[in-house]
Design a binder for this molecule. Structure first.
Ligand SMILES: [Zn+2]
Length: 571
């Protein structure tokens, strides 16, 4: 089987993405994970550009890596300076990596307008830099920046540039679509030309500005490239680098290349999630192969068909990349979806049988009101349970009251010149100006009455309810609110329209979503909050009674420095 090397630059090019910042420890953990996954190279950073990257290279030497080769990245020497005297090359070598990746210019426009040196001098810069590095490092990869734009503008010069690197002993020439704007057929033609001009192995490094990075990388492989450079989940400058998750899956599952082995491929989704988690990025649902929706079926016809044979609407077996088939419950769906969900929740199907019609009608009725269970499966599971067994009796609401205040004016009576005067003075409230009082009836009929302050009405209500419930059920304390979303439904009614509140909660073992709908945002939030706490008690009880059937769960995010998912102040 033909092999293609995977060269990861998440830690260097990926970190140039907007909103992505990895700590040193994050970078080390990602490098170790890539190693375990079977990636061939990891580019750790640019030692000349920032001290954190230098620290990475010191730290990574102490980690036990099994196969991955660590590369340091840098630029060709400055014009007019000898390679041995170039400060940045010196820093590169001090990183003491087995591989150095050096980038140089291939586009005459850049040489003239950016470097402002004669074209011939650029060839000397490339040749001299690569030759110098080859004397000190095992492996030198030459990244031909803007190669495809350069080849389009001045093919002879672009080829001269890669020839200079090849003649100086570069181990691999990586051709870069740095601006991400070239078409697949242009990539193919340029690869053919370079292959005819030099014997050195070729690589491909694509950016995604025309959404063609994956296509361009695959066609480059088809035309002889033996290494693909990219990032996990496609993070990177502007629209990103090529997404290695898609590249790896396509090479291995569609094109028959040996990339990382079938067993590791089954951990692709896990790797993708791991990088999102560390980068504190919300995973892209619609990401090919690994996204949450990649194998999610909603239309009733699709659902019925995939249950007969998954291949009817799935291009691969989701398990091959560690993903799974999902069936969404929506008003497009019927009996098949409800049964699928019931099975997933572990509901006794025989006992459910008489209730299915009722459940389908109930779901349709609720969805008509604006409920949506796709992100709130816990609310659906509770409803299924209630249809079969009647309401859960953890607690009963007696009353709640929420007060929200904003700045107001206070009347001040004073005296001026012996005359009594009235003035008003503005009082600015601090944000914690909402409070809530909750009165509940507990499992044995006892009344609990609590009050709490919060940064908004929902936060205050959450805190008061939690405080009251914790008296009866101490484990409520483990529940964390991870996300809170409000969506205004209906059009044109503005603030008089109903709202849907989606809450995501978690504890040490699981995450679950709940939903509430009302004309009143506090009431909608209350419904979702109650479902969230009830679900916690319900699932813990279920686990206690049936330990042999663990639910598929995802551990909640570790607390990050950027505050997420706090109940926001609402309207
Ligand atoms: Zn790049």
């Amino acid at each position: 089987m033909r092999a293609v090397q995977i060269y990861d630059t998440t830690l260097r090019d990926g970190c140039q993405a907007e909103d992505i910042a990895l700590t040193l420890e994050d970078k080390l953990r990602i490098a170790e994970r890539l190693d375990a996954f079977g990636v061939d190279y990891v580019e750790g950073g640019w030692p000349g550009s920032n001290p954190r990257d230098e620290a990475f290279f010191d730290a990574i030497r102490t980690r036990a890596l099994t196969r991955i080769k660590v590369a340091a990245f840098g630029s060709t020497r400055r014009a007019g300076v000898r390679a041995s005297e170039d400060k940045n090359l010196d820093k590169l070598l001090r990183a003491r990596t087995p591989v150095v990746t050096i980038f140089g210019k291939s586009w005459d426009l850049h040489v003239r307008d950016d470097l402002r040196i004669p074209l011939s001098e650029n060839l000397e810069v490339i040749h001299d830099t690569v030759r110098y590095l080859k004397r000190h490092v095992d492996e030198v990869i030459y990244d031909a920046e803007h190669f495809f734009d350069g080849y389009r503008a001045n093919p002879a010069f672009a080829l001269d540039c890669v020839r200079a690197a090849a003649d100086a002993g570069a181990d691999l020439l990586c051709l870069c679509d740095t601006n991400g704007g070239r078409m697949p057929w242009e990539i193919a033609a340029a690869l053919d030309a370079v292959r005819a001009a030099v014997p050195t192995p070729l690589g491909i490094h694509c950016h995604n500005d025309a959404e063609l990075a994956v296509a361009n990388s695959l066609i480059a492989v088809q035309h002889g490239a033996t290494q693909v450079q990219g990032t996990i989940n496609g993070v990177g400058e502007r629209c990103g680098n090529v997404n290695l998750c898609s590249v790896i899956a396509n090479l291995q599952l569609k094109m028959g290349y040996q990339v990382i082995g079938a067993a590791n491929l089954r951990r692709l989704r896990e790797l993708s999630r791991f990088v999102d988690e560390l980068a504190n990025v919300e995973p892209n649902k619609r990401q090919a192969y690994v996204g949450q929706s990649a194998f999610a079926h909603k239309g009733g016809v699709h659902v019925a068909a995939v249950q007969r044979n998954p291949r009817t609407y799935e291009h691969i077996d989701p398990a091959a990349v560690g993903n799974q088939q999902r069936v969404l419950v929506s008003d497009l769906s019927g009996r098949a979806n409800i049964l699928y969900k019931a099975k997933q929740f572990g509901v006794d199907l025989e006992k459910l049988d008489g209730h299915v019609r009722h459940l389908v009608d109930e779901v349709k009725r609720l969805e008509h009101q604006g409920f949506q269970f796709e992100g709130a499966e816990a609310s659906l599971e509770l409803r299924m349970h209630r249809v079969q067994h009647g309401p859960l009796r953890y607690f009963e609401l007696v009353q709640f009251r929420v007060v929200d205040e904003k700045g107001y004016r206070r009347l001040v009576i004073g005296e001026r010149g012996g005359v009594s005067v009235q003035t008003d003075e503005r009082i600015e409230h601090d944000p914690a100006s909402a409070w809530a009082a909750v009165m509940l009836k507990g499992p044995n009929g006892e009344i609990e009455h609590t009050a709490a302050e919060g940064n908004g009405p929902v936060n205050a209500l959450d805190t008061a309810l939690r405080r009251a419930l914790t008296r009866f059920y101490p484990r409520i304390d483990e529940v964390r609110l991870l996300d809170y979303k409000v969506r205004v439904l209906g059009d044109g009614e503005g603030s008089a329209a109903p709202v849907r509140v989606l809450i995501e909660s978690g504890d040490a073992e699981a995450r679950w979503g709940t939903v509430g709908v009302s004309l009143n945002v506090v009431e909608a939030s209350w419904q979702a909050l109650v479902d969230s706490f009830e679900y916690k008690l319900y699932k813990d009880a279920k686990r206690g009674s049936a330990r042999k059937r663990p639910r598929r769960t995802r551990a909640p995010r570790a607390p990050r420095t950027r505050e997420r998912g706090r109940p926001a102040r609402t309207r």
